[in-house]
Design a protein around this ligand. Structure first.
Ligand code: 6PG
Length: 478
């Protein structure tokens, strides 16, 4: 018996993907650096399907049908390169090496190019859905050669989450496209969680609504426009009571948020692409600020606070819901804008409707909204910005008055809402007829002769600021 796929790296994500493949009828060869993990998996779940136990990478490779498919599930970074280095000499042209970790897309581009030179396929696969998703059906974002997808795609589609029967997996594009899309997914995930946090803080600190009651509110929100996995689990976490103290669980958790890096990568990449992903950036910064515990302690003693009481509108709870919805839409719009910019930069033909469709189930940001986003991009004329799609232009317009009320209450009370407020600034920045960027250009021209364009004439100009202030035609140095 030979295996249809081999998995090396049997920590929880690798083990669960291997089990998912086996449960779906594939024969899976297992390998791990230490055999104990392989044996533990076999003894606990060996009866779930057909597994082949291997002790070395050579054995793993020998157990596979050709072309071979080897899924690497080790920590992103150096460990991936190290496994590739050991694996490649054992493979033959046409074999497929798959990286299912959260690798940086630039690493994936580099690895794909290096393996292509050896006539090997390298597929960088974004996998979302956490441990449970890996086992029961994740959302899968594969990038690599089209040819490799023809061989690998059916397996991935089979183990992926299904949305109304459709697999949440489709070929994203060449080289790093899959990992890029997964990275943006994670950036949106950061923003999604941050806006939920801002809503929670406002309901608690401005309106005095305790976590248990908020759980009910979030459950209610989960039945409407905001319906999503993250809102659902917010209700679960807020409703949880700490067994040791009897306090709300959220009150016994240290308020410093960790991060493994994908949100930061999204922002760095957004900066490189000139794509204004402010909601995602503010979410990463909010986690960073939360972790500056020393400074926060000093600040509590030193920095002046704000008013302690503000009259809240009767509609406050629903206003917060609408602010959350509008800010969430902005973060999706920014993430999608970044996908468009990356498609141009890296020569990927990213199909936004397909990407939205595979985020509808299995992944962490799965939300009802994604079905509408998919529809917004399914027609022949894609909107230049998600917010311009008629359905969203309308729903965000309906939310704007509440959004402004919420941000102003937060500002008056000194409750930080970096994503609610920066998303509103993005929205206003987009829609404003004239931006102060004209003044920025004037300043740049004065101190650095950086030139400017005029509203009423073609060409590039410079004013002789230090002389007679005459305007001259100039070479564009934008
Ligand atoms: C997913 C998640 C996952 C990510 C965690 C942790 O889609 O399943 O995005 O890939 O690793 O959410 O991310 P942070 O530690 O950076 O919050």
């Amino acid at each position: 018996m030979s295996a249809q796929i081999g998995v090396t790296g049997l920590a929880v994500m690798g083990a669960n993907l291997a089990r998912n493949l086996a449960r779906n009828g594939y024969t899976v060869a297992l390998h791990n650096r230490s055999i104990e993990k392989t044996d533990a998996l076999l003894s606990a779940h060996g009866e779930e399907g057909d597994f082949i136990r291997t002790e070395t990478l050579q054995e793993l490779v020998d157990s596979l049908e050709k072309p071979r498919r080897v899924l690497i599930m080790v920590k992103a970074g150096v460990p991936v390169d190290s496994v590739i280095g050991q694996l490649v000499p054992l493979l033959e042209p046409g074999d497929i090496v798959i990286d299912g970790g959260n690798s940086h897309f630039e690493d994936t581009r580099r690895r794909e190019a290096a393996l292509a030179e050896k006539d090997l396929h390298f597929v960088g696969v974004g996998v979302s859905g956490g441990e449970e998703g890996a086992l029961l059906g994740p959302s899968i974002m594969p990038g690599g050669s089209r040819e490799s997808y023809d061989s690998l795609g059916p397996m991935l589609e089979k183990i992926a989450a299904k949305y109304e029967g459709e697999p949440c997996c489709t070929w994203i594009g060449t080289d790093g496209a899959g990992h890029f899309v997964k990275m943006v997914h994670n950036g949106i995930e950061y923003a999604d969680m941050q806006v939920i946090g801002e809503a929670y803080d406002l309901l608690r600190s401005a309106a005095g609504i305790e976590p248990a009651e908020q759980a009910t509110i979030f459950n209610e929100w989960n039945t409407g426009q905001l319906s999503s996995f993250l809102i659902e689990i917010t209700a679960e976490v807020l409703g949880h009571v700490d067994a040791r103290t009897g306090k709300p669980f959220v009150d016994v958790v240290v308020d410093s948020a960790g991060q493994k890096g994908t949100g930061r990568w999204t922002v760095v990449s957004g900066l490189d692409l000139g794509s204004p992903v402010s909601a995602i950036a503010e979410s990463v910064f909010a986690r960073a600020l939360s972790s500056q515990r020393g400074q926060r302690e000093v600040a509590q003693e030193t920095l002046q606070g704000a008013e302690t009481a503000v009259e809240l509108p009767d509609t406050f709870v629903d206003d917060v819901r609408q602010a959350l919805y509008a800010s969430k839409l902005v973060s999706y719009a920014q993430g999608i804008d970044m996908l468009n910019a990356a498609a141009r930069e890296y020569g990927w033909d990213l199909k936004l409707d397909e990407i939205a469709s595979l985020w509808r189930a299995g992944c962490i940001i799965r939300a009802e909204l994604l079905d509408d986003i998919m529809k917004a991009y399914a027609g022949s004329e894609a909107p230049a910005n998600l917010l311009f799609a008629p359905a969203f232009a309308e729903s965000i317009a309906a939310a704007v008055p509440a959004w402004r009320r919420v941000v102003s209450v937060a500002v008056q009370l000194g409750i930080p809402v970096p994503v609610f407020s920066s998303s509103l600034a993005y929205y206003d920045g987009l829609r404003r007829k004239r931006l102060p960027a004209a003044l920025t250009q004037g300043l740049r021209d004065l101190f650095g002769a950086h030139t400017y364009h005029r509203v009423d004439a073609e060409g590039t100009f410079h004013t002789m600021w230090g002389e007679d202030r005459a305007e001259v035609e100039a070479v564009d140095t934008h």
